[in-house]
Design a protein around this ligand. Structure first.
Ligand SMILES: [Zn+2]
Length: 200
């Protein structure tokens, strides 16, 4: 929605890595070697890939970073990268959800293996159990890391490594918080208002 309404490009770390590897850039080759060795791609490599991507013309109006930065060290590296071209962060948006609600939301979700339609045990169950409303498919899929235990450990990692970004971006004067316990339309409207102001 934000891409369409504001002419921004959404960049997620996973998509960036895959595209750089496919394009065979220097940073992409470095990322490929690390991933093939079964190791995590370093912050330096991600920053180099991001530098290349931000220089492309479609990013001229701005980008939405999704899933990056996740640590204060990454946020500092990102600020340094943007400063190279006289750019900066206009808004850092914190979508605030209770931990307990997060576990319910994530551990209940599944998708149709045939058409990709999303479902949820509590919020959007199919009319006939295990059968897709849209295409009639019966091969429902759940992500292996969407179980309650894994979600709980992902939340621990979030509180230890990522939550400090709230203080970091507050100190830079760009933090915007949204109560993300409400319905999707209300959250989308708030997000749109923030991005409109940030890109004005
Ligand atoms: Zn389906």
């Amino acid at each position: 929605m934000l891409e369409g309404e504001f002419g921004l490009v959404q960049l997620s770390t996973g998509d960036l890595l895959r595209a750089a590897v496919a394009a065979g850039t220097e940073a992409g080759k470095a990322a490929k070697a690390v991933m093939e060795a079964g190791e995590l791609v370093s912050d330096d490599i991600v920053i180099n890939i991001l530098r290349d991507r931000l220089a492309e013309p479609d990013c001229a109006r701005g980008v939405i970073l999704d899933g990056f930065p996740r640590t204060t060290v990454q946020a500092q590296a990102l600020d340094a990268l943007l400063a190279e071209s006289g750019q900066g962060i206009n808004a850092a948006i914190s979508l605030e959800v209770d931990d307990a609600a997060m576990v319910t939301r994530i551990s209940g979700r599944f998708t149709c293996g045939d058409c990709g339609e999303g479902y949820h045990d509590t919020f959007k169950a199919p009319k006939i159990a295990e059968t897709c409303d849209k295409c009639g498919g019966t091969g429902m899929k759940r992500r292996a890391d969407d179980n309650a235990e894994t979600v709980a450990s992902r939340l621990v990692a979030y509180h230890e490594q990522t939550a400090p970004l709230i203080a970091y971006y507050t100190s830079k004067g760009v933090l915007k918080s949204i109560d993300a316990m409400g319905d999707i339309d209300a959250i989308a409207a708030e997000l749109g208002a923030i991005v409109k102001q940030a890109t004005a």
